[in-house]
Design a protein around this ligand. Structure first.
Ligand SMILES: [Zn+2]
Ligand SMILES: [Zn+2]
Length: 356
């Protein structure tokens, strides 16, 4: 296995330790970093690569700068937002490493990796109370392979594993424990890179308290809460600024398309301004209820926008939008557009930017 793109989700105790190891991976051309949090003083003791001057700064931006310093020439993309808000196409074909501190985010991580066909999914975890470091190694492109949730029990969905209002409670894990989990993950990557062996979904746990190592193969479970579906994905290189929605439909050439959606986004119709200025909010695909501003008075959208938005845009609503460039409809590099056709499987298109 060779990896050209990596998606590193979470830059705390384990993610900050994995970053310099990933930076040394031969063949890597692009790394995407995701973390919505800012650096707190308490992070300095248990997270790698930080200085006192970083307190208050965005984790994604600080570690992006660190990564560029470690490996000049690497393309680095930083998202300072929730994992659920980044374009689904970021998972496609990528080495995905989840360094998260709650299972709500892990559900997003798992769904993205399997729906968009990541090359490899690693999920890291630490537990401070008995000094456990864990890595789960999953193969989203292998037919019938286990997903992350296949081995979860009801307790794994309990509110205690849910993300609390930010900031999430600190795990209390030391930097050494985070580095242990990161090393386990990186060694699994190196083994997959160097060997022609059949990749197996596996969980490896090291308990530093009892000096025990546990390893188990992971199997797909039909009662799993995730539906194990993958998109029928093809790549559509185009210019978001120059290509209109109508031109995209022409390029996609899906016969008899009846509806479209942008994965992970909601279509907001051109609502009237809630401030009563007579203006309208531009239509577009955005996070639920978010992002739209009045074209006349500039006020942001009110609660009605969250109520009126929809995931699917039916063909009858397309005509007024056909002449609008995709960027003005809120589309971003690596967003995925899915077209449903009356007679067959939906087709999904990963938008990648051309240089023009
Ligand atoms: Zn599953
Ligand atoms: Zn207005």
């Amino acid at each position: 296995m060779n990896f050209e793109r990596a998606l590193l989700c979470g830059l705390g105790n384990t993610g900050s330790a994995l970053l310099p190891l990933l930076a040394a991976l031969p063949g890597l051309r692009e790394v995407v970093l995701v973390d919505r949090d800012r650096i707190e003083r308490a992070n300095l003791a248990c997270q790698a690569g930080l200085t006192a001057a970083d307190v208050g700064r965005s984790k994604a931006r600080v570690h992006a700068r660190r990564l560029r310093g470690l490996r000049p020439g690497l393309k680095v993309v930083a998202y300072e937002q929730d994992l659920a808000r980044i374009p689904l196409g970021e998972w496609h074909g990528a080495l995905v490493a989840g360094c998260l501190d709650n299972n709500e985010a892990r559900v997003v991580l798992n769904a993205g990796a399997f729906r968009a066909r990541a090359a490899l999914l690693l999920d890291l975890g630490v537990r401070a109370d008995n000094r456990l470091a864990r890595v789960s190694v999953l193969h989203p492109c292998r037919a019938g392979s286990a997903c992350l949730e296949c081995s979860w029990s009801e307790a794994d969905y309990s509110p205690a594993r849910h993300a609390c209002a930010p900031p999430a409670p600190a795990s209390g894990a030391s930097a050494a424990l985070g580095a242990l989990a990161a090393s386990l993950a990186m060694l699994e990557i190196e083994k997959l890179r160097d060997s022609a062996l059949e990749p197996v979904a596996r969980e490896v746990v090291v308990c530093a308290d009892s000096h025990e190592i546990f390893s188990s193969a992971l199997h797909r479970r039909s009662a799993c809460r995730f539906e194990h579906s993958a998109l029928n994905l093809s790549t559509a290189p185009l210019s978001l600024d120059a290509t209109t929605l109508g031109e995209f439909f022409h390029l996609a050439s899906v016969r008899g398309a009846t509806a479209m959606r942008v994965e992970g986004r909601f279509y907001h119709p051109p609502l009237s301004c809630s401030a009563g200025c007579g203006g309208r909010l531009a239509p577009g695909f955005r996070p639920r209820g978010g992002g739209g501003v009045c074209q006349v008075c500039g006020r942001p959208s009110a609660g009605a926008a969250a109520f009126q938005c929809q995931t699917v845009l039916a063909q009858a609503e397309w005509p007024p939008l056909l002449g609008i460039p995709l960027s003005r409809l809120g589309l971003r590099d690596r967003d995925v557009i899915t077209l449903a056709a009356a007679d067959g499987q939906p087709s999904s298109f990963l938008i990648t930017l051309t240089s023009s």
